[in-house]
Design a protein around this ligand. Structure first.
Ligand SMILES: *Cc1c(COP(=O)(O)O)cnc(C)c1O
Length: 895
């Protein structure tokens, strides 16, 4: 029978057990082993390590057991200890507070917006890497004491749960999540009524949302939920699913996230006294409307649009996450215009000012579309990609927004992603460290090194052991111990795989009697390769199937066999992706190989936490350079799993043959995609056959694969300290948040107006700015060559239109030139004004150019706008260079 109403009956904890409730509601438990062990002790049967959830556990534990625990002195002592630990963790000084006390100028708070957050499997509000990264960002910020507020949406169905039909076609399920059963608290006004965020929609409608708060260690995460009574049915569904629905739906979600998110932050700060964010960070473009809402707020204080735009830009950081067009939201301009028109959401902010922010005004751009990433870049003074390579790819991809500049000068930097070690390192690996250092504490410090090191001198270990040293301690762990650990982890994975495979086959309709073979699936002594990620086409789930005979031969090799565990969800609207899943499933269903290759449905955090540690090799074969960073390989590495990957994203940056393999890529050379797949698949097979498998099976007299173990060690020692989310968040703080906060503080209203006025003046005058004449002293370059170490004296005449020398910087741009005279490895040197302007209004600039390198060399001269509040010379996208057609003043070439 079906219930007509449902509600949640909350457990009443006996007084001595009250602290359990706080421990369950702070998601720190998800990366804190002692807290997990406490809950496990509370209800050993009810605790399911795979998808642990203390809130659910407390809801299910019997009243009798609670009474028993309330009288159990041993349990109560542990409870007091763990509660104390949490209290200290959330209130004591950490790295950020130490920086402040040493005089660092850092933001009072940062608001971090993301469409998805993967904090724990118990709060399924993520689809893949972007969300998990956001979760790791919050956790690392918490460990470091960074005053961050996370902002997102609460999706009533989360993403989807994946299962398979009998013939391997992806099935999607959308279980309803009841917020009362999730680790969430409703944000309420002082009178007890739930706080509301309201957005006006066209046609007099409005969109209401409540605010749920998840607590991630020290960091509050605010999630907006449109499923409230005040809404009409259509509006109630705005936050139904992550990445579902058409563009109308997506636009409403993104308006709620960006605009509603800022209002939720204001509400939260008003109610709790939390410091007000000085910096807003948008994780990908989806939350970009947050900038418009802040412009609206400022316009209510009397700032005009342009001045408000400057203030908002100064305090905004935009992170772009993908060079794949499908990953970037673009809306019909008309749709956006409708929502921001006169009766729309932001009446004080003219739609004629909003639309140009998202226009693709560059060659190849679509004039009819509004691009959220483009708006993100225009609303943020600081922007970054997520690996060194992705930074370069992004500068190239968006270079049209800064015409006249080489891609290398486009103001998009990069911060390479990282992962939160305490979340992703298996407890067994932690314990390895513990044995080494004698205490559980030290083990935590090893794998969660970022916690100890970054929390500063006062905590943990007195600051004596820096992160790299802790990691290098792995070098001293004996071969046998490492190998026993690896085998143990592999064995656990085998058990887990069989369990999941069995459940999957039952769902696919198989009877129990047909499934005996599953007991023989995978072998704890066979080289195990993992491949799990979302299934967009660029990640090439089925590259390994390119030559099926060859793959079968690798799986069934008589002495050097491999086994492969595959997982991944295709987007529900992506039939192409579902076909790839089906191809893989069908291959793995074949009785000849099904004991050596499996596809596990419903990839998510819980599975990932088992999968990375249990694999020997983590495979990644994207179409370079479309993988912006990739983080699963980092999580694998932290568990001593070796990477076998195309040099894309982070692996391009940190790969070394000492600890992994690079699959050669036909990037740029192959004429078409099929040919490229063929070349790269064959390279992959050969690597496994000739290098990976032989090394794994090459045993010494003590039956240990010495050289393999050495690679495991090198992975931990070398990659360990680099791939941490703590390193990433520190970089964000130092390189982006702190400068953004300073820039924001500098822009008090008068200064903001001055800056906006200056930019307007520069734009108006720029057509008349020109490099008129360039001359070099005649005796340095003789017959087209010059001596190394000599100096070229330059004199340049510049027309400034109505501008003053203070408004510009005149630079000589020099470097090695290629055969087409393009300057590479550019260096720039400022030239100085010498005296006033001549009768024609041209200013004389002079300066030396030191010729400090040999070979073909060239230079040119350019004029850039200059103002102390600009973050980059390219910021305005304005530059004046010598007019090539006149020849006069053109770049001079030395050979
Ligand atoms: C880490 C992780 C991802 C991201 O993996 P990529 O390597 O970036 O593709 C996706 N899903 C889950 C569950 C993860 O843990």
């Amino acid at each position: 029978m079906k219930a007509i109403r449902r509600f949640t009956v909350r457990p009443v904890l006996p007084e001595p057990l009250q602290p359990l409730s706080d421990l369950a509601r702070n998601l720190r438990w998800s990366w804190h082993t002692e807290t997990q062990q406490l809950f496990q002790a509370a209800d050993p049967e009810g605790w399911r390590p795979a998808d642990a959830d203390p809130v659910r556990l407390l809801g299910a534990v019997s009243a009798g057991r609670l009474t028993e625990l309330a009288g159990d002195q041993h349990f109560l002592r542990r409870l007091a200890e763990v509660s104390d630990d949490l209290r200290q963790y959330v209130s004591g000084p950490r790295w950020y507070q130490n920086q402040l006390s040493q005089g660092a100028e850092l933001p009072a708070a940062v608001a971090y917006f993301s469409p998805e957050f993967g904090v724990t499997a118990a709060l399924p509000q993520y689809s893949g890497g972007l969300g998990i990264l956001a979760g790791d960002h919050l956790k690392a910020a918490s460990d470091l004491g960074v005053p961050l507020i996370g902002v997102g949406l609460l999706y009533r169905h989360g993403y989807f749960r994946q299962s398979l039909s009998r013939d391997g076609w992806q099935q999607e399920h959308y279980p309803v999540l009841d917020p009362d059963e999730l680790p969430l608290t409703l944000v309420r006004e002082p009178d007890g009524s739930p706080s509301r965020v309201v957005l006006a929609l066209p046609g007099g409608r409005s969109l209401h949302a409540s605010i749920w708060q998840a607590q991630v260690g020290r960091v509050p995460l605010l999630l907006l939920d449109s499923d409230v009574e005040e809404n009409a049915p259509g509006e109630r569904d705005v936050t139904d699913r992550l990445y579902g629905g058409g563009s109308d739906h997506r636009l409403l979600q993104e308006m709620l996230l960006g605009i509603g998110g800022v209002r939720a932050v204001r509400t939260y700060c008003r109610l709790t006294g939390h410091p007000v964010p000085e910096v807003f960070h948008t994780n990908e473009g989806h939350a970009g409307f947050l900038g418009l809402e802040r412009i609206r707020e400022l316009s209510e204080t009397g700032l005009d649009f342009d001045a408000a735009l400057e203030v908002v830009r100064a305090g905004t950081v935009f992170t772009t996450h993908t060079p794949v067009p499908a990953g970037i939201d673009r809306f019909e301009r008309q749709l956006v215009a409708r929502h921001f028109g006169d009766d729309g959401e932001l009446p004080g902010v003219g739609v004629e000012r909003i639309l140009p922010l998202g226009m693709e005004t560059y060659p190849g751009g679509e004039p009819g579309l509004f691009n959220m990433a483009v708006m993100g870049l225009r609303l943020a003074q600081r922007a970054n990609g997520v690996s060194t390579l992705h930074g370069a790819v992004s500068r190239e991809m968006f270079s049209g927004l800064w015409p006249g500049f080489d891609p290398s000068e486009v103001p998009i930097t990069s911060v390479t992603n990282g992962v939160h070690a305490p979340t992703w390192v298996a407890p067994e690996v932690l314990r390895l460290g513990a044995r080494k250092f004698g205490t559980e504490r030290a083990g935590n410090a090893l794998a969660g090194a970022e916690v100890g090191e970054t929390s500063g001198a006062e905590t943990d270990d007195g600051g004596r052991t820096g992160t790299p040293r802790r990691w290098s301690a792995v070098a001293a762990v004996p071969d046998q111990e490492i190998w026993d650990l690896r085998r143990g982890l592999r064995e656990q994975l085998v058990t887990e795989v069989r369990k999941r495979l069995y459940a999957s086959w039952r769902r696919r309709g198989a009877g129990t009697a047909e499934l005996d073979w599953i007991d023989g699936v995978l072998d704890p002594d066979v080289l195990t390769i993992g491949f799990a990620r979302r299934v967009p086409s660029y990640k090439r789930l089925t590259l390994m199937l390119h030559d099926r005979d060859r793959l079968r031969a690798l799986l069934l090799h008589p002495t050097h066999p491999i086994q492969i565990v595959v997982a991944g969800k295709a987007h529900p609207a992506d039939d192409g992706g579902k076909r790839l899943v089906q191809e893989l499933v069908r291959f793995a269903d074949d009785p000849r190989v099904r004991h050596r290759i499996v596809f596990l449905p419903d990839y998510g955090m819980a599975m990932a936490q088992k999968l990375y540690p249990g694999c020997d090799v983590w495979l990644n074969n994207p179409l370079r350079p479309l993988e912006a960073c990739g983080t699963s390989g980092m999580k694998a590495a932290l568990n001593g799993c070796l990477n076998l990957s195309v040099r894309d994203g982070w692996w391009d940056e940190w790969f070394e043959p000492d600890f992994g393999w690079a699959i050669p890529t036909a990037d740029g050379s192959a004429t078409n995609e099929d040919r490229r797949d063929e070349l790269e698949a064959n390279a992959l097979y050969s690597l496994i056959e000739d290098r990976v498998a032989p090394r794994f099976y090459d045993r010494n007299a003590r039956d240990l694969p010495e050289r393999w173990i050495e690679m495991v060690r090198r992975t931990l020692v070398t990659l360990g300290p680099k791939v941490l989310a703590g390193r990433m968040v520190r970089e964000y703080v130092e390189r982006l948040y702190a400068p953004a906060a300073l820039a924001r503080r500098a822009l008090q209203p008068a200064t903001a107006r001055e800056l906006a006025g200056w930019k307007a003046r520069i734009h108006a005058a720029w057509p008349d700015v020109a490099v008129d004449h360039v001359e070099a002293a005649a005796d340095t370059v003789v017959g087209g060559s010059a001596e190394l170490g000599s100096t070229l004296a330059l004199r340049v005449r510049i027309a400034l239109g109505g501008l003053e020398p203070d408004d510009v910087e005149v630079q000589v741009v020099a470097g090695r030139v290629d055969s087409a005279d393009a300057i590479a490895e550019v260096q720039t040197f400022p030239l100085k004004p010498a005296g006033g302007h001549d009768l024609e209004g041209r200013w004389l600039y002079e300066g030396p150019l030191a010729l400090d390198r040999t070979g073909p060399y060239g230079y040119t001269v350019r004029v850039l706008p200059s103002h102390p509040l600009l973050a980059s010379g390219a910021e305005l996208g304005l530059v004046a260079v010598p007019n090539a057609s006149t020849g006069e003043g053109g770049g001079v070439l030395l050979r």
